[in-house]
Design a protein around this ligand. Sequence first.
Ligand code: SAM
Length: 199
Amino acid sequence: MEKPGPVAFFGEQFDRQIGAGEYALNPFERQALPHMKGNVLDLGCGLGNLAFAAAKQGARVTALDACGNAVDDLARRAIESDLPVWVRQADLEGWRPEEQWDAVACIGLLMFFERRHALRGLDAVHDAVGPGGVAIVNVLVEGTTFMKMFDGDNYHLFTRKELLDTFEGWQVLEEREDWFDAPENTVKRFRTVIARRPG
Ligand SMILES: C[S@@+](CC[C@H](N)C(=O)[O-])C[C@H]1O[C@@H](n2cnc3c(N)ncnc32)[C@H](O)[C@@H]1O
C-alpha cells in the first residue's frame, strides 16, 4: 500500500515508540476509554493503545489503521496477551461502515483527509454507531497553525458547527477544546466530541 504523507510521518514516530516500549494512552484516549464497552471500533488506531486498553477492560475491539508497523505491533501484542482485538491495515479515506458498533472512537484521523472526505468520514463515524451507542471524535479544528503533518492540501481543519451538526439529536456527553503549543510558534487546536445516539 502506498503510504499517504501522514501515515509515513506517524510510522516513523511509531517505530521509535515500539523500540522504546512506549505504550501510554494519550489524553484523548484516556478520555475515550470509559466509553469503550461492548463491540467497539477504533478508527485510525495508531499503536492501538486505546484498543488494547479497551480489550483489557472487556470490550471486543476492531482496530483499523493504514500504518503497517503500528497494526502489526498491535496484532502481536493482542495475540501475546490473548486479548480480543481484531486488527487490520486499511486506508480509511472513503471508508464506509458495513455494520454498527456500541462505541466508535476516531481520534486524530479525519483532519488528514481533504475536506470532502473528512466530512464524509465524520458521517461514516455517525453511521457506524448503533442505537444507544457512543461516538468519540477528536480532530484538529480551525485556528490550528501547525501544518507539518499534512500532505499538501489534503487536510481539513473542522469547525465546531460541523462536529455538532453531525451529531444533532444525540446526547452530547462531553465536548472540549485543547490547545497545544507546537514548533516555530505554531499551535495545535483539538476539539473532542463524545455523543450518544438515541437508543
Ligand atoms: C494522530 S495519529 C492518532 C493515532 C491514535 N488514534 C492515537 O490517538 O494515538 C493519526 C493516525 O491516523 C492514521 N492515518 C492517517 N491517514 C490515514 C488513512 N488514510 N487511513 C488510515 N489511517 C490513517 C495514521 O497512520 C496514524 O496512526
